[in-house]
Design a protein around this ligand. Structure first.
Ligand code: PMV
Length: 351
């Protein structure tokens, strides 16, 4: 007997890199290892309905965004299916309805590719698990999560870090023996209590369309004059950050994380063609954060994605004071005063 029809629903969170992935080789292999906090509130929720079809020569799927047809995501999903087909040979046997929504506002400048590709990959693995169970094989959780992350990576590199929580490493590194270029793994050491429920307040500085897609950005690291040094530095920073996450040294944490954010942007500014993705308000916010930290000694810091928004990172025990500061002094630099309160979270969930 075959699995005729059914459906699953998974949520997958966004993640914020501390050591950045920027530059890749063939087949979505990262040029350097990266590490991220998995977020809790910024999520994609994806429902996958499947039904067996007569023919199996093409991929067949419908895409809905918040329940309404969404044609412009189709090429991305088509490409994703083509990439993963050899690992998921059953895909062409089904017609899919993929219905997806985000908990964060669209065009907020928060990329939904990581959470979106992770949520879809979790659903595909649920289908694969059902098929193998039908053949009498019980899939282990380890295989399930590892392959889900492997598939998500083929959709969007950083998506492989959205399958698990709370801290995820992707890419081979000499001091993290469990890490892999092929999928993300949970940070293997005990996380110091200073990082428990670490806060990330995302200041939405600019909601505009990205000037440079991450595909183009990664490509610009080929023939980039500083690429080799940068990739080496990511290894060094990951070694240092591994210690910090174990020993709780927040001053060291701040140095590494802020330097990584500025280096990511420095790589964009020194590529050919070159880009500036920060906005004037990004810099205003960074300067205010530095001033506040100098004056109060409260260990807050910033990080950036490939855009103008600022992620403000701080421990839970100072959140009251920091939120007051954010509301009083930083929200004015956000587009329409918009910001999102988030914290580190547990990864994908079956709903
Ligand atoms: O997953 P991609 O290909 O969209 O690349 C994301 C790269 C950064 O967000 C800029 C850094 C990172 O490690 O997440």
């Amino acid at each position: 007997a075959t699995i005729e029809k059914g459906g699953f629903q998974w949520s997958a969170p966004s993640n914020i890199a501390l050591v950045k992935y920027w530059g890749k080789k063939e087949n979505q292999i990262p040029a350097n290892p990266s590490i991220s906090f998995t977020l809790n509130n910024c999520k994609t929720i994806t429902k996958l309905d499947f039904s067996k079809k007569e023919t199996n020569d093409t991929f067949s799927f419908e895409l809905l965004f918040e329940g309404k047809p969404k044609e412009d995501f189709k090429p991305k999903i088509q490409k994703f299916f083509e990439r993963i087909e050899k690992y998921c040979p059953y895909l062409k046997q089904y017609h899919f309805i993929i219905d997806t929504e985000n908990t964060f506002p669209h065009s907020s400048g928060i990329a939904s590719s990581a959470s979106g590709m992770a949520a879809l990959s979790m659903n595909i693995m649920s289908l694969e698990k059902a098929i193998s169970r039908n053949f009498g094989t019980e899939m282990t959780d380890e295989f399930f999560y590892q392959k889900a992350s492997f598939l998500a990576r083929l959709g969007s590199g950083s998506a492989c870090r959205s399958v698990k929580g709370n801290v995820v490493v992707w890419g081979e590194h000499k001091e993290i023996s469990t890490s892999s270029d092929l999928f993300g793994v949970a940070f293997p050491s005990q996380l110091h209590e200073n990082f428990h429920n670490y806060q990330d307040t995302i200041l939405l500085v600019d909601k505009g369309e990205k000037q440079v897609s991450s595909t183009v950005g990664h490509d610009l690291m080929h023939n980039h004059p500083y690429a080799e040094k940068r990739f080496e530095q990511a290894h060094t920073n990951l070694s240092a950050l591994k210690k910090v996450l174990e020993n709780g040294n927040l001053n060291e944490f701040i140095k590494i994380v802020e330097s990584e954010a500025l280096t990511l942007h420095a790589m964009m500014m020194t590529s050919m063609p070159y880009f500036i993705l920060m906005k004037p308000n990004t810099l205003e916010i960074i300067n205010k954060i530095w001033k506040f930290r100098n004056e109060t000694n409260i260990p807050i810091c910033f990080t950036l994605d490939a855009g103008a928004n600022v992620h403000v990172l701080y421990p839970e025990n100072v959140s009251e004071t920091v939120l007051q500061f954010i509301k009083g002094e930083l929200v004015g630099y956000c587009q329409n005063g918009n910001y999102i309160c988030d914290a580190i979270g547990n990864g994908s969930q079956l709903m």
